[in-house]
Design a protein around this ligand. Structure first.
Ligand code: NDP
Length: 296
């Protein structure tokens, strides 16, 4: 069994990005600059944003964190996005989801300039992804693709089953795996909460991606011997014996599935780290695209 370790894979991506930034700044260019907007003080969101900012700094990107109050009016958030859209020093913008109830998430996603849409959630980005055009790929499925590339997993002609059809993970994941690319070319089945015979379908998977947000849902009986298992799930499960009062659980029952799988990602230490690598790659891409527009 191969452990698809996100630490080594993300480190390799970050090192290549760091080298690129070093050569850009040595040539007198500005650093790529990511702006993150965090609304409220949700614990998980705080952790994700802090990690994104920290990773930017580690590889030499500039970062700006805009914090807004939990009760902020939608118009204030939209004005903040507009200012960042028009700020030439900012290359990429992300708004950490989920947002409080008073804010229309779709409106916010569509307010971000497609040129700076490093989360890849804007309909323009999604449309380009579907058509196989160069675009920003949502960071988590992008991270999974980078993971497959790092470990040189053979995907051509394989049956991939993706459990989950969200706009940020499952659906773009299914598009990428079915694309005519080196780490695509799978035959893809996408499953959701109305799927019948889920266990039987999962058991047919050469590559199984679990992205449903249900801790340890995928058990050994759902996995084919030798399958590649990608666990996207991250759920905080209360545990009084843990230091923080909770433990992070994936969607896969790791120990029993690892005994059967050919390769598997751990949680934590798997897809989560690759998600950051995907975001950083998108930010450099935005910078390079914009540098051409701005004639840098
Ligand atoms: P959503 O809740 O938006 O989507 C979950 C999907 O799973 C839905 O399509 C839902 O079906 C499906 N689903 C739920 N229950 C079942 C079931 N019993 N059987 C089959 N399908 C089911 O979640 P996200 O896509 O946003 O996230 C999924 C997981 O990935 C979460 O744990 C999240 O925390 C994690 N995540 C991890 C990231 C990382 O960096 N590693 C980044 C983003 C998310 P339906 O559409 O019918 O409701």
């Amino acid at each position: 069994m191969i452990l698809l370790d996100g630490k080594t894979a993300s480190q390799a991506v970050k090192e290549s990005l760091q080298q690129r930034v070093t050569s850009l700044t040595a040539a007198g260019h500005k650093k790529p600059h990511l702006a993150a907007i965090l609304v409220g003080t949700n614990g998980a969101s705080e952790t994700y944003v802090a990690s994104k900012v920290k990773n930017c700094e580690e590889i030499g990107f500039a970062s700006t964190l805009v914090r807004l109050d939990e009760n902020v009016a939608e118009s204030v958030l939209l004005a903040e996005i507009d200012a960042l859209n028009n700020n030439d020093d900012i290359d990429g913008i992300l708004v950490q989801l989920p947002l409080p109830k008073q804010i229309n998430e779709q409106k916010v996603i569509e307010a971000i300039s497609p040129a700076k849409d490093v989360d890849g959630f804007h309909p323009v980005s999604v449309g380009k992804l579907v058509q196989g055009l160069n675009t920003f790929i949502p960071a988590t499925p992008y991270g999974v693709m980078l993971m497959l590339e790092h470990f040189n997993i053979d995907t051509k002609g394989k049956h991939a089953v993706v459990v989950g059809r969200s706009n940020i993970v499952g659906r773009p994941m299914s598009i990428l795996l079915s694309s005519n690319t080196k780490y695509g070319n799978c035959t893809v089945t996408i499953c959701h909460s109305h799927t019948k015979n889920l266990t039987e379908i999962c058991r047919q998977a050469d590559i199984l991606v679990a992205a449903l947000g249900r801790p340890e849902f995928v058990t050994a009986d759902m996995v084919k011997e030798g399958a590649v298992v990608i666990d996207v799930g991250i759920t905080r499960v209360e545990d009084a014996t843990a230091k923080k009062g909770y433990r992070i659980k994936g969607d896969v029952a790791f120990a029993e599935v690892a005994a059967k799988a050919g390769a598997i990602t751990p949680v934590p230490g798997g897809v989560g780290l690759m998600t950051i690598a995907g975001l950083l790659k998108n930010t450099l891409q935005a910078y390079e695209n914009r540098a051409k527009i701005l004639g840098d």
